[in-house]
Write a new protein. Sequence first.
Length: 133
Amino acid sequence: MAAITECCPLVIGVEIGDQVAMAATLRAARLQDAYDAVLVVPVPEDMGANAPARVAYQMAIDDAEVLAQIESLEGIAALPSLQELIAAVDPDDMALLKAAAKALKKKRIDSRSASPASAASKPASSAPASPSI
């Protein structure tokens, strides 16, 4: 089965150097995306006592996880680093990328449930076996 991707047209575009990408292609999320996001988003010093800082930190992690799913940017040969993407993506385009990531996840789930192989590999019942009397 071919990898499932989602193309996301952008309204503002991602400017890298003198090039502007007006579309991004996202791949399916991986656990590594979460780890990469934690590595690039700085933890606020006062996060423990500052509720708004905690919320802002979680929002930044969530955004970075989606940006880590970008597989390619239209018209830009080399994919920029996650830090560069964080600095370059407009909030309006981030909203589009989040929607594309959600659509991609749905496509991936739907492709798994429609697969005859996945239906055959599901257990008949998750209930424990009844003891014989």
